[in-house]
Design a protein around this ligand. Structure first.
Ligand SMILES: C[S@@+](CC[C@H](N)C(=O)[O-])C[C@H]1O[C@@H](n2cnc3c(N)ncnc32)[C@H](O)[C@@H]1O
Ligand SMILES: [Zn+2]
Length: 482
């Protein structure tokens, strides 16, 4: 008689948690009841796993609730099947060249050991890349610079330094070619490099950059904007010292981002810790109207881009383009329902699979790469929307500026942004890169780190020194577009 395995052994064999094993049982993993405990026959388990239509990781995936969706069909999928099944829609949506490109690309794909899900996902990705190339052609700026685009995407693993003016450089970039933007912008008048005549001129300059960044940022992606409120003269009404006031840059930027099409999602407060200055003590006047707390935080603003796109996308489970447009699950996010009667899953109330470009990205297109998993330490650190991080110490004990920059932000900010909002190998851009903190962190986390900086004379040497020290070698490429 075959040996019966215990729950623990089978968990180990399948390499799944207890709760996933429980889900598998709900889905029909064969067990043998002995008294109150479950035992397993290895042969039966192996057979069940092999027969499952969904590949293993999709079943194990936490979001597919076994009770909510049932598997209803088992048959073999391949590219030929998908192309035939979707022919009518492909002809409607794509032109002749695009269809040829789709056929050729799929034909050239190595399909060894491909599961149904692998075929579906690969087909979907190639199809989506065709739509993207088309969109990029239709929306490129007249200043589009193919040379810059090539520079950004070659030598993956090197930091890309672009010397130039952000607005001008963004115009030269491809639409939707960056998966995350992170920065702390030049702060109106707060530092030597800021030189605007008044607050409104500053905000209008920033608005132009934010507008152009909307085009360049990929769809359903994120902008992380770190800015502090400042105490300064807005120079709108008076230029005298009396015109100084608290300027809520965070609030102003939220409004600008919204007006430029972004969705405001979060304002994480960076608690900069204890206050060293004694300015807030107001000479010991401990009577009303003398005392105000000293500002000791900055904003980490998080915005989403959701550009509404109503072009049909394939069902992530069966690859069918026979889908119906539902309402938008979120403003700007088109939601779909699979209408393929031979689709593999149906909801308990007999509806087809529901999905969007965003949920497909989150649940299907990057699922099997564990390098995307965020470590527990980071999640714990950023659990609340007030996070204490000490400001960067840039002056060493001898009074020398070791980072070569007067206002670097702590690595913690781009680190969170990159781990939370990008997948491995994707493009991360800081359009005000300063000492290149963002691209450096991106590179260390396996992403393609790109920075734009205007002030080459001031910073170049220090930046290169920093890159070489931190990356143990000249892992950088530069392009001069000043
Ligand atoms: C607050 S600093 C960024 C610091 C950076 N996060 C770091 O860790 O070093 C802003 C930077 O933007 C640069 N800058 C200002 N205007 C710019 C523009 N139009 N294009 C590109 N860079 C610009 C400044 O030279 C400055 O280095
Ligand atoms: Zn389907």
């Amino acid at each position: 008689m075959d040996k019966l395995l215990r729950e623990k052994d089978i968990q180990e064999y399948l390499n799944v948690s207890r709760s996933t094993l429980w889900r598998f049982k709900q889905k029909g993993l064969p067990t043998i009841k002995i008294g109150k405990t479950n035992r397993y026959k290895l042969e039966d388990v192996k057979k069940w796993v092999a027969e499952e239509t969904l590949p293993f990781y999709a079943i194990a995936e936490k979001k597919v609730k076994p009770k909510a969706e049932q598997i209803i069909n088992t048959y073999q999928i391949d590219f030929e099947y998908l192309l035939r099944h979707n022919e009518k829609y492909l002809k409607k949506i794509l032109n002749k060249n695009e269809i040829d490109f789709l056929y050729e690309t799929l034909k050239g794909t190595n399909t060894n050991n491909f599961t149904n899900q692998d075929y579906v996902i690969t087909f979907s990705k190639v199809y989506l890349s065709i739509l993207k190339i088309r969109y990029q052609k239709e929306t490129k700026h007249k200043k589009y610079n193919p040379q810059l685009n090539k520079f950004m995407n070659q030598n993956i693993g090197d930091i890309k330094m672009i010397w130039g003016n952000s607005l001008n450089i963004l115009k030269q970039m491809k639409s939707e070619s960056i998966q995350l933007m992170v920065t702390s912008p030049p702060y109106y008048n707060a530092r030597a490099y800021s030189q605007w005549e008044n607050l409104n001129l500053y905000l209008e300059d920033m608005r132009k950059i934010i507008r152009e960044s909307y085009r360049v940022l990929d769809n359903n992606r994120v902008w992380v904007w770190n800015v502090g409120d400042i105490f300064d003269n807005d120079r709108l009404y008076t230029k005298s010292v009396w015109g100084k006031r608290r300027i809520p840059l965070g609030a102003y930027f939220i409004k600008i981002f919204e007006e430029e099409g972004f969705e405001f999602v979060d304002d994480i407060i960076w608690d900069k810790g204890s206050v060293e200055s004694k300015r807030h003590m107001n000479n010991g006047n401990n009577i009303p109207f003398y005392q105000y707390p000293f500002n000791s935080y900055e904003h980490i603003l998080i915005f989403h881009k959701h550009r509404l796109d109503k072009t049909r996308i394939p069902c992530p489970v069966c690859g069918s383009l026979k889908v119906n447009g539902n309402t938008q699950s979120e403003i700007g996010v088109q939601s779909w329902e699979c209408k393929n009667e031979k689709c593999f899953v149906r909801s308990p109330n007999n509806r087809g699979k529901r999905f969007s470009l965003r949920t497909n990205m989150m649940q299907y297109y990057h699922e099997n790469d564990i390098r995307n998993e965020i470590d527990k330490y980071t999640i714990k650190k950023w659990q609340k929307d007030i996070v204490k991080i000490n400001p960067v110490i840039k002056i060493n004990s001898k009074g020398k500026n070791i980072l070569g920059h007067s206002a670097p932000f702590p690595t913690d900010i781009p680190e969170m942004a990159i781990k939370y909002f990008t997948y491995i190998d994707e493009n991360v851009l800081d359009p005000f890169a300063g000492s290149f903190t963002t691209p450096l962190v991106a590179r260390k986390l396996g992403r393609n780190g790109i920075g734009i900086e205007l002030n080459r004379e001031l910073y170049r040497n220090a930046i290169i020194e920093r890159v070489i020290t931190e990356l143990n070698g000249s892992h950088y490429n530069e392009i001069d577009l000043l």
